[in-house]
Design a protein around this ligand. Structure first.
Ligand code: XMP
Length: 325
C-alpha cells in the first residue's frame, strides 16, 4: 500500500541516485507541487539545490513574503528571491490584448529564468513538479533522441512557455512524476506544508495580470490585490473556501458613476467570480449566500479606494471561461 512516509523515503533515495554530486535548479511558484518538490530535494541533496522564486508582481497580497518566510524560517531552505516586478510591469506597459499579455509574461518569465540560471549556475539538473497526468500527456515530446532520457526542452511552468536555449537544456529530476494531485497534497501535508498551500485554489501562472482587463498598472494591481484579499477573508471567515473551486476578484478598466457621502464618484467596478467545478473544464457560478456577497461588496466599496461598484458574474462555463482573460 502507498504511504506518504514510504514515498518520501523512496523519493529521497531516487533523487540521490539520479543527481549524485551535481547541482539542481528549482523554480518555486508558491503552489503545492513546487513546494513539495523543494522540500524533497532539499532533504535529499541539501545545498546542491538552488531554489529561486521569481516574483513577477502578480501574486496575491502577502503571498510572496509568506512563501519566503515559510521556506526560510520553517523549512530552513534558502530561497533566491528575484524581484522582477518592475521588469514585468514595464514590459506590459500599453498591452491590452489578452493573448499578447500572456505571451509577453511568458517571454519575460523565460528570460528572467535564463538570466537567473546563468547568474547562479551552472546547473546540471532542473527539478520539475511534473505529475503523472503531465507525464502521460507529454510522453514522447521531452525525450532526448540520443539518450532516451527526459530533458527540459521547455520549462514546465504554469505559463506553458517553451524555448530554452541549447546550453540550458537541463536534465530533469521529477520525483513527483508518479503521483496524482491528491497524493501530492497528502505528501505536502505530511511534510508540514500549511493548509493554505496544500488546499490552495488553482491560481493561473500570469496571476493577477489576467484579472485586470486592459492595461496593467501598479495602481490597478494594488486595487485588485486589496479587493481579492477581502473576498478571501470573508469566504474563509465562513469556512466556505473549500466549497468553491475558485473565488476571486477581477478589475474592469471602465468607470461608472456612484455616490459616496455627498460626493459623486467615478471609479472602477470589481467583478466577483466565484465558481464550483470538478476539474476546471466546466464550472458553474456559485450560489453564494446573499449576506456574504453583501459584506464583500460593502467592504470592497468602502475600503478599496478607486472602486465604487461590485458586480457578481453569473455565467457558467461553457460558454464563459472561469478567468476573464
Ligand atoms: P478558464 O479561464 O480557461 O480556466 O476557464 C480554467 C482553469 O485554468 C486556470 N488557468 C490557468 N492556469 N496558467 C495556469 O496555470 C494559466 O495561464 C491559466 N489560465 C487559466 C484557471 O484559473 C482555471 O482554474
Amino acid at each position: 500500500t502507498w504511504t506518504t512516509a514510504a514515498f518520501v523515503e523512496q523519493a529521497i533515495r531516487e533523487i540521490r541516485a539520479r543527481v549524485g554530486e551535481k547541482r539542481v535548479l528549482l523554480a518555486l511558484s508558491g503552489g503545492v507541487d513546487s513546494s513539495t518538490l523543494a522540500f524533497l530535494l532539499h532533504k535529499a541533496i541539501g545545498d546542491q539545490l538552488t531554489c529561486v522564486f521569481i516574483d513577477q508582481g502578480f501574486m496575491r497580497k502577502y503571498e510572496p513574503e509568506r512563501l519566503i518566510k515559510l521556506f526560510q524560517e520553517q523549512f530552513h531552505i534558502p530561497v533566491e528571491y528575484v524581484n522582477a516586478r518592475e521588469r514585468f510591469l514595464s514590459s506590459l506597459s500599453g498591452i491590452t490584448d489578452p493573448e499578447e499579455k500572456r505571451r509577453m509574461i511568458g517571454y519575460e518569465f523565460i528570460s528572467t529564468f535564463e538570466e537567473t540560471s546563468r547568474r547562479l549556475g551552472p546547473f546540471d539538473y532542473l527539478a520539475q513538479g511534473t505529475l503523472y497526468p503531465d507525464v502521460i500527456e507529454s510522453a514522447n515530446t521531452n525525450v532526448d533522441p540520443q539518450t532516451g532520457e527526459r530533458v527540459a526542452v521547455k520549462i514546465k511552468s504554469h505559463h506553458n512557455v517553451g524555448g530554452l536555449p541549447k546550453d540550458l537544456r537541463f536534465k530533469l529530476v521529477e520525483p513527483l512524476r508518479k503521483l496524482f494531485k491528491d497524493e501530492v497534497r497528502k505528501v505536502g501535508r505530511a511534510i508540514g506544508l500549511p493548509e493554505e498551500i496544500v488546499q490552495r485554489h488553482p491560481f493561473p501562472g500570469p496571476g493577477l495580470a489576467i484579472r485586470i482587463l486592459g492595461e496593467i498598472t501598479a495602481e490597478r494591481l494594488n486595487i485588485l490585490r486589496d479587493a481579492d484579499l477581502i473576498v478571501r477573508q470573508e469566504i474563509n471567515k465562513r469556512d466556505l473556501y473549500h466549497d468553491y473551486w475558485q473565488a476571486f476578484a477581477v478589475l474592469l478598466p471602465i468607470r461608472s458613476v456612484g455616490v459616496m457621502g455627498d460626493q459623486r464618484t467615478y471609479a472602477f467596478p470589481i467583478v466577483l467570480r466565484i465558481v464550483t467545478s470538478e476539474d476546471g473544464m466546466t464550472a458553474d457560478w456559485a450560489r453564494v449566500p446573499y449576506d456574504v456577497l453583501e459584506v464583500i461588496s460593502n467592504r470592497i466599496v468602502n475600503e478599496v479606494k478607486g472602486v465604487n461598484r461590485v458586480v457578481y458574474d453569473i455565467t457558467s462555463k461553457p460558454p464563459g471561461t472561469i478567468e476573464w482573460e
